[in-house]
Write a new protein. Structure first.
Lengths: 117, 406
C-alpha cells in the first residue's frame, strides 16, 4: 500500500497555498499534541465568500498536502458551502488510502476550518 | 554469544508478512515480541491450571497459587531482591502510580522538593505532577547535557536544597542513555533523599541487582522483556514495606473486615487487591527462564554490537540528525530525524517495507522540547534483531529520502 501517491507528493513539495496572507479577516488553527503538528489557516472573506486562503504549518507530508488540497477547494466558495465539507469529502479529495494512525494527520486542516462558526 | 538468526525462529510472529514483506521489528522499547515458550505457557495455564489463586481449598487453585508465587521468586532472583519485596502490577506505569500514591503521597509535604530529570517518560512525570497538584510540593528537573546528567550538579542541588525524593529513569526510552544509578544512589543516601527508579528500559537489557544499586523503589514491565502484556513489577525495599499503603486494596488483601474495623494481611498479599493477571504472571516466568538461558551479559553485548553497527551506518546517511551518538552506557535505542522529512512520513514509508519503527515524542515530551523537536523516529533492538534488520532499515531510509527528494 502506497499512501504517498503522486498527487500527495506534488502538493507537499509545491504547495500553492502555503504562506502568509496579509489582508486576511479570519484565521483558525489546529494542533495535534500527540505529534506536535501545528496548522494555521488565514482567510479573506468578502460577502460570505472565500476570496483567498493561505496556510502555515509544521507537520508531515500528509497534513501539508491535505491542507493544500483543502484550500484549493474552498476558494471562491460560499462559507455555507465550505462548512458542508466533511471528513469523507476531504479524504476523497486526497484520493489515497490512509492507515488509521495517519487519519489525524490528514484531518488536521479540516479540524482547523471547523473552528469557523 | 547470541545467535539472533536462530533466536528469531523461537518467535512465531516472525513467520508473518507485513505488506508482503518480511517483518522487521524495531520497536522493542515499546513492547517486545514473545517466544513460543511464553505463548505455550499461557495456553498451558488455561488448559491445565486455570483457577483463581489464594483461598481455594482444592488442588487446582493450590497449583495456580504455587505457579503464581514461584514467578515472584523468579522475578526476585532475577533482580536480586527478596520475594516479599516484589509487588505485581499491570505494567510499569501502574508500578510508578503505586509508589507515588501508596508511599510518596504520605511523605511529601507542601514545602518539599521532588527532583525529576529532563529525560523522563511521561509515566514518571504525570503521577508526580498529579500528586504535586494535590499536596503543593515543588518539582525540579535535573538537566540533560549531551544525553547525560551531571552527578556534580546533582550533589550540588542536594547539598543546597532539601530534596526529599529523586525519581529517575535507569535508561532513557529515547536517547538510550543509561544513568549511573549506583553513583546516584550513593549521593542520595548522603543527603537522605529517597530514590525511585523507573527501570522499564533497563531490566530487559542488562543485569540488574537492586541491592547493589541501593535504590528504594524500582519499577519495570514484563512485556518489554518477552513476557505477556499485563504484568508489571514494583520492587520496594524491605524497610519501606511497612509504610506502604495498599494502593490497590480490596479482595485478598485483608485479614478481617467488619463494620467497625479493617485489618490488612501481614505479607505481600495485602498489596495485590483483586484477581491478578494470573496466567500472564505465570507465563512471565518462562520469559525470565528464556532470558536467563541467553544470559543477560550476552544480551547486553549483542545490543551493543547492533547499536555500534547501526550508528555507524546511520551516520553515513546524508541529512540525518541522531540524538545520542555515544556508544558507552547505552541500551539499543536510537532516536533520529531525517532533515526536512517528518518522522510520521519516515515511519509510514518504512511500514510499506515491513519495518516497524516508532514516530512521535515517545511519551517523552519534556525531552523533545529540550531537543527542540516535535517528534523523532526511534529504532530499538532486542535479542532477535540482526545486522540484516539494520541493513533493511538503512535501505528503507534511503528510499524515504528518494520519495521526498525535492
Amino acid at each position: 500500500m502506497n499512501i504517498y501517491r503522486q498527487n500527495i507528493l506534488e502538493h507537499y513539495k509545491n504547495p500553492d497555498n502555503l504562506g502568509n496572507l496579509t489582508n486576511f479577516n479570519l484565521k483558525c488553527q489546529a494542533h495535534n499534541p500527540s505529534c506536535g503538528d501545528e496548522l494555521e489557516i488565514k482567510l479573506k472573506i468578502e460577502n460570505k465568500k472565500i476570496k483567498d486562503a493561505k496556510f502555515t504549518a509544521k507537520g508531515c507530508a500528509i497534513s501539508i498536502a491535505s491542507a493544500d488540497i483543502l484550500l484549493d477547494n474552498i476558494k471562491n466558495k460560499n462559507l455555507d458551502e465550505v462548512k458542508k465539507i466533511d471528513e469523507k469529502k476531504l479524504l476523497s479529495l486526497l484520493g489515497t488510502k490512509l492507515t488509521p494512525s495517519r487519519l489525524n494527520c490528514a484531518l488536521l486542516s479540516l479540524q482547523a476550518l471547523k473552528q469557523i462558526k | 554469544m547470541i545467535n539472533a538468526e536462530k533466536i528469531k525462529k523461537d518467535f512465531p510472529i516472525f513467520k508473518r508478512k507485513i505488506n508482503n514483506k518480511e517483518l522487521i521489528y524495531l520497536d522493542s522499547a515499546a513492547t517486545t515480541q514473545r517466544p513460543e515458550i511464553v505463548i505455550n505457557k499461557l495456553k498451558e495455564f488455561y488448559e491445565k491450571h486455570n483457577s483463581n489463586i489464594h483461598r481455594g481449598m482444592y488442588s487446582l487453585s493450590e497449583e495456580a497459587t504455587s505457579l503464581y508465587e514461584k514467578t515472584r521468586e523468579r522475578v526476585a532472583e532475577f533482580i536480586n531482591a527478596g520475594k516479599e519485596e516484589i509487588i505485581f502490577t499491570k505494567n510499569c506505569t501502574e508500578s510508578i502510580n503505586y509508589a507515588v500514591f501508596g508511599y510518596f503521597s504520605k511523605i511529601l509535604k507542601k514545602d518539599d522538593i521532588l527532583l525529576l530529570t529532563e529525560m523522563e517518560h511521561n509515566s514518571n512525570v504525570v503521577p508526580w505532577k498529579l500528586l504535586s497538584k494535590r499536596i503543593g510540593f515543588k518539582i525540579g528537573y535535573l538537566t540533560i547535557d549531551d544525553s547525560k546528567i551531571d552527578l556534580r550538579e546533582l550533589d550540588e542541588i542536594l547539598k543546597k536544597r532539601r530534596v526529599k525524593v529523586l525519581a529517575i529513569t535507569h535508561a532513557s526510552n529515547v536517547l538510550g542513555a543509561i544513568n549511573p544509578i549506583r553513583e546516584i544512589s550513593r549521593i542520595c543516601r548522603k543527603y537522605n533523599t529517597k530514590l525511585f527508579v523507573d527501570g522499564a528500559q533497563a531490566v530487559p537489557h542488562f543485569k540488574i541487582d537492586v541491592n547493589d544499586l541501593g535504590c528504594d523503589f524500582y519499577a519495570f514491565s514484563g512485556h518489554k522483556m518477552l513476557g505477556p502484556l499485563g504484568v508489571g513489577v514494583l520492587y520496594v525495599k524491605k524497610e519501606l514495606l511497612k509504610s506502604l499503603t495498599p494502593f490497590i486494596s480490596g479482595g485478598g488483601t485483608v485479614l478481617e473486615v467488619t463494620k467497625e474495623n479493617l485489618k490488612f494481611k501481614e505479607d505481600h498479599e495485602r498489596f495485590e487487591g483483586g484477581t491478578p493477571s494470573v496466567a500472564d504472571v505465570v507465563a512471565f516466568s518462562s520469559a525470565i527462564d528464556y532470558l536467563n538461558k541467553l544470559g543477560m551479559n550476552n544480551i547486553k553485548k549483542h545490543e551493543e554490537e547492533l547499536t555500534r553497527y547501526a550508528l555507524d551506518k546511520l551516520n553515513k546517511i546524508n541529512d540525518i540528525e541522531i540524538y545520542n551518538n555515544h556508544l558507552k552506557d547505552r541500551v539499543g535505542v536510537i532516536a533520529f530525524n531525517l532533515k526536512n522529512i517528518h518522522a510520521h512520513d519516515v515511519a509510514s514509508i518504512l511500514d510499506e517495507e515491513g519495518i516497524c519503527v516508532r514516530a512521535s515524542h515517545h511519551c517523552s515530551m519534556i525531552l523533545h522540547k529540550k531537543l527542540g523537536i516535535n517528534a523523532s523516529v526511534r529504532a530499538s533492538f532486542y535479542v532477535y534483531n540482526t545486522k540484516k534488520d539494520i541493513d533493511k532499515l538503512i535501505k528503507g531510509l534511503l528510499k524515504v529520502q528518494k520519495v521526498f527528494g525535492k
